[in-house]
Write a protein that binds this ligand. Sequence first.
Ligand code: ADP
Ligand code: MG
Length: 168
Amino acid sequence: MINADETPDQGNLVFSMTTSGPEQTWRVGEALGKLLKPGDVICLYGDLGTGKTNLSYGISRGLDVQDRYVTSPTFMLVNEYQGRIPLYHIDLYRLKESAELESIGFEQYLDSDGATVIEWAERAEEALPAECLSIYLSYGDDDLREIGFYAEGDRYRALLEQFRIALP
Ligand code: ADP
Ligand code: MG
């Protein structure tokens, strides 16, 4: 199901895998969600429809969030969920100007009591923390999606190592 392979990149852990349907992407997210700690920041990159929200849903399940995950908020930039720890799901697709980041208290989420997942993280480029786990999603044929992981910093390298061991 998942082919993981690792490429060394200047000491930052990098690897990628392919999923062949949304349920597999949920399971990948779930495995990651189980390992998250307060203050963790996950940055998601990839075109519309590559699976960022589905992956976020998997993460919410791994954090034991009970609500049915509401996909693609229509006007909110942030949704907060209560799980094992809080999950802050930020979707910057509709961000119009960076001043909006201040009005949602973006920086407070980055060092908080919960885990923060950011879709379209590139839209907050200047405001992102120096260290985070970056996940790049892209299309393959049909329902294939390539999911690449890039860890910066000790915490995220350790997280990614644990994640690889825990993969379904
Ligand atoms: P994004 O948030 O990146 O715009 P979504 O998660 O909202 O993307 O949507 C992904 C779409 O692609 C969904 O319709 C989902 O059913 C479909 N899909 C097909 N294959 C996969 C896969 N392997 N992983 C995730 N989603 C997939
Ligand atoms: Mg989305």
